[in-house]
Design a protein around this ligand. Structure first.
Ligand SMILES: [Zn+2]
Length: 473
């Protein structure tokens, strides 16, 4: 393990821009040294201390000047269709500063990472995860036992598993709000995980996908859920729910315009928000610069969401030809979550895994997602990679690549869905989603060639996020 990773573990913020603030530190160092010098003329011990301090600062400044040279055997950059061979990527601080053919000679102070036998790619982006949650047989009862702190500790392990699987950015599409704290903890360097954009709590109508009181006896939930909990009816409450999410620190808005599979409501596909409610949500979100992602299974809910102005349809299970045409016309993305579809369909076959009402929906919705994805891709709907991680174990996000290609998408297109396309949907293309000069150094390496062997996606042996190495060598 590299010391930079160790630094992240002990709380030295990897996001901190040392270079920008190095001058400030130097001034402070000089001031401290001046004061100490006055005392030191009378105190020999203090002289030794000053020497030690100076040595430490000299060493640290020297380390800050260090660049990292990545020798890449094969390079897939996330935007072009060609694979480059024998390339050097130079990383300075958090950014990529040079990409050159051949293996460049590094200075003695620089770090060299040998990936000559590997395939190097941009860190993957998963546009649909739930880092607070991981589905199991006890998920429903866990909801009554776990406090927020329990959820937080678990979510930190899920975040770490996600990063180690090569996913350097994720979009968290809903939880209790712990996901906002998790994002902040990772940004501060006190937890290890991917760069997170989070919706905080997602929003649905009463009785909808986010209404946690559905299916429970009266009074079992602490109060009737409202906009503060992510449940809204009518345009006024819809506006309020969006403003609550902004107040709580969300980066974007997630809504559900149809029922869902894993909630206890009896219907998973019918429309649940009116176009007016969706429009109110979208226009309020736009006031705060927040895009809107919409969970939708049934065609009518998908149609209303697109006409209401959302940026992406999540799942899109029963997307029909009319909706595909509308999605193309309005430039709306489809985030397929094929892995979740497969996982819930498989779990539904295990007696007792889901409550009965969920098992029925899972068996119906699960297998359909991949068929619809195949049609939508052929129809030219824009696709961004998203898996619904949490519905299946975190860290297995790469399975989606297999399901996408199984449905007819070329491997290189699937890679772009998880890099350039995902970055475009998330509005972070300037910094992420590719290996080009100037972009943030989110770089991974696979053992093997994913264009020949899909299993290579599961063999991530190197992970660099924002110039810091978290896995490998
Ligand atoms: Zn989801």
């Amino acid at each position: 393990m590299y010391t930079m990773y160790a630094n992240a573990q002990i709380g030295l913020a990897p996001r901190y821009d040392f270079r920008l603030h190095a001058f400030e530190f130097r001034i402070r160092e000089i001031k401290i040294a001046d004061s100490l010098f006055y005392i030191a003329v009378k105190c020999d011990t203090m002289k030794k201390l000053i020497f030690l301090l100076q040595a430490c600062f000299a060493f640290t400044f020297c380390a800050w000047g260090q660049k990292t040279y990545l020798y890449c055997g094969r390079l897939i950059d996330g935007s072009s269709n060609t694979v480059r061979k024998a390339v050097t990527i130079v990383v300075d601080g958090k950014r990529i500063v040079q990409i050159k053919s051949g293996y460049l000679k590094a200075d003695p102070d620089d770090r060299v990472i040998d990936l000559k036998n590997r395939t190097v790619l941009p860190g993957f982006i998963d546009c649909h995860v739930h880092l607070e949650f991981q589905q199991s047989k006890s998920s429903f009862s866990d909801g009554f036992r776990n406090n927020e702190a329990d959820v937080a500790f678990l979510s930190a392990t899920y975040a770490k598993a996600t990063l180690m699987a090569g996913f350097t950015t994720v979009r968290d599409l809903g939880g209790s709000g712990v996901n906002v704290s998790l994002r902040n903890a990772i940004n501060k360097g006190v937890a290890i995980g991917p760069n997170i954009l989070t919706a905080g709590k997602a929003i649905s109508a009463s009785g909808g996908h986010m209404d946690e009181s559905v299916g429970l006896r009266e009074g079992a939930y602490r109060h009737t859920p409202g906009p503060e909990d992510g449940v809204a009816d009518g345009t006024d409450e819809a506006v309020k729910a969006v403003r609550y999410r902004f107040k709580e620190g969300a980066d974007l808005i997630k809504i559900a315009s149809t029922g869902g599979v894993l909630d206890l409501s009896k219907d998973g596909t019918g429309a649940q928000f009116s176009i007016k409610e969706i429009q109110a949500i979208v226009s309020t979100a736009q006031d705060y610069g927040m895009p809107v992602a919409c969970h939708a299974h049934g065609a009518e809910g998908i149609r209303r969401a697109i006409l209401g102005g959302v940026n992406s349809i999540e799942h899109g299970t029963f997307m029909n030809n009319e909706c595909m045409e509308l999605a193309r016309k309005h430039g709306v993305w489809l985030v397929p979550t094929l892995t979740a579809g497969r996982a819930v369909a498989d779990s539904a076959k295990i007696p007792g895994f889901f409550p009965q009402v969920v098992a029925g929906k899972a068996a119906m919705v699960g297998p359909q997602i991949q068929k619809t994805f195949a049609k939508a891709f052929k129809a030219g709907v824009k696709i961004a990679f998203g898996t619904d991680a949490g519905v299946y174990p975190h860290g297995k996000n790469y399975l989606e690549f297999g399901y996408m290609t199984e449905a007819g998408m070329p491997v290189m297109e699937a890679i772009k869905a998880a890099t350039a396309n995902a970055a475009e949907l998330l509005g972070i293309s300037k910094d992420r989603g590719g290996i080009t000069i100037g972009k943030i150094a989110d770089i991974i390496a696979l053992d093997g060639d994913p264009l020949r062997d899909m299993a290579a996606f599961g063999r991530v042996i190197f992970v660099m996020k924002e110039g810091t190495v978290y896995k490998g060598q």
